[in-house]
Design a protein around this ligand. Structure first.
Ligand SMILES: Cc1ncc(COP(=O)(O)O)c(C=O)c1O
Length: 429
């Protein structure tokens, strides 16, 4: 076997893995033994700890970020005929929850940092617009000052999809904190975090809503558990009573103590997790710098990136394989990868029901053709990160188009000359 055919790794490196420690396991066992397996004192403790970590007055634990986004938009009164502005480069649930409310998700384009641009939001505002839902892509904050200013000018609430952004900061303030959400008198601002298995901290499934608006928080709390005026754990403790009233037809979106048991310990480790993610991200940045075929994430100076995702962008003008083939090549070398995201407007449901077409949001579409999310998580070792680097370099070397003066072109035996499809070429970097 030639050097070029040998895999860099013998074992498969998954794209993502949670990092569960003994503390989490012991806490879950304690919940199981205690009898509090659904919403109970540990959810309360997790909420208190989270509120302190983020610097948020009101926090509501829920069973997913999707549920939290749905609750927030419901509490804000989004209803049929309304429009909600959302970047197209996001997970489908950001838009699905708008559809559940009978409203129209107005999908808009993103910028070079993969975040929605304030201009795209402003261009999409109509008299029917009732909310803006920016997504902090990959763990880097959007241009919040500009987005909040727009929201103020047009009197629109902002529901931040912070699924990726727990611990991230904008101008030194944590996403979801009162310092950001409660900075003006117009306080209809909400952030929603995800604790899904691959996220920077996990509760298996889970999410958290934060806001600085007490009345909105109360509505969201009611909506998270049947619209009942008292939640179950207060009813069944010795200080509670059996009586409750249904104030509104709520949902069953509460977090369980088993999830919170994980969350309490994951939160304590979050800053360390972020530090490791940032360290590996910087390693990738350093080693991919100067490789013409690979663009590293665009990082803004006035915010801290917590690298839930590390998405490289392939320069397909200089490669003879497309993005899907690049991912296959990574897999063949025992490296897992993924794509974040298939733009929402390209999914069949959104095309058929809202009339979106390929070509509508060209920047996100170009990005989609080029992006590859590489493994990046604290359970990886530094050696794993170097395997990823070596493998990316190797695939690039095997499939790059020849050019003058390249230092790392290493496979003179390569004869395949097929070209990338024309629509994937000539993309700006
Ligand atoms: C941007 C974004 N929003 C929302 C979600 C939904 O999160 P959850 O799985 O907690 O409902 C995800 C999950 O992957 C996401 O990436």
């Amino acid at each position: 076997m030639s050097n070029a055919d040998e895999t860099v790794r013998e074992t498969f490196l998954p794209y993502a893995l949670p990092f569960i420690g003994d503390g989490e396991i012991a806490e879950v066992v304690d919940s199981l033994r205690s009898g509090w397996v659904t919403t109970g004192p540990k959810v309360k403790r997790f909420e208190d700890d989270f509120a302190e970590y983020i610097g948020a007055k009101y926090v509501i634990a829920v069973n997913s970020c999707t549920a939290g986004l749905h609750i927030a938009l419901t509490a804000l009164g989004i209803s049929p005929g309304d429009e909600v502005i959302i970047p197209t480069l996001t997970f489908c649930s950001t838009a699905n929850v708008v559809v559940h409310l009978g409203a129209r998700p107005v999908l808009v384009d993103v910028g070079e940092d993969f975040n929605v641009t304030p201009q795209a939001i402003e261009d999409a505002i109509t008299p029917r617009t009732k909310a803006i839902v920016p997504v902090h892509y990959g763990g880097q904050a959007c241009d919040l000052d500009a987005i909040y200013a727009l929201a103020g000018d047009y009197h629109l609430p902002v529901v931040e999809d912070a699924a990726h952004a727990v611990g991230a900061t904008y101008h030194g303030r944590k996403i979801g904190s009162d310092a950001l959400l409660g900075r003006t008198s117009d306080r209809q601002r909400v952030a929603v975090f995800s604790f899904y298995a691959t996220k920077n901290m996990t509760t298996g499934e889970g999410g958290m809503i934060t806001t600085a608006d007490g009345a909105l928080a109360e509505r969201m709390r009611l909506l998270s558990l049947h619209g009942m005026s008292r939640d179950a754990w207060k009813r069944y403790t010795s200080s509670g009573t059996w009586y409750y009233e249904v104030i509104m037809p709520g949902y069953k979106d509460n977090m369980t103590d088993i999830q919170a048991a994980l969350g309490i310990h994951q939160l304590r480790r979050l800053d360390e997790f972020i530090r490791i993610r940032q360290h590996y991200a910087h390693l990738y940045d350093e080693h991919f710098a100067g490789i013409r075929e690979v663009a590293t994430p665009v990082v803004r100076p006035d915010r801290s990136h917590v690298y839930h995702l590390y998405a490289i962008r392939l320069n397909l003008d200089h490669l003879r394989i497309d993005r899907a083939e690049f991912i296959e090549a990574l897999k063949a070398q025992n490296i897992g990868a993924s794509v974040h995201f298939i733009p929402v407007h390209l999914h069949p449901f959104y095309r058929e029901h809202f009339g979106y077409r390929k070509g509508d949001l060209p920047r996100a579409e170009a990005i989609y053709d080029q992006i590859v999310s590489l493994p990046l998580y604290p359970r990886m070792t530094e050696a794993d990160a170097h395997d990823v680097i070596k493998t990316v370099r190797k695939i690039v070397a095997q499939h790059q188009t020849p050019s003058e003066g390249r230092g790392y072109w290493v496979d003179p035996g390569e004869t395949d000359t097929h070209e990338a499809p024309s629509e994937q070429r000539n993309v700006e970097f």
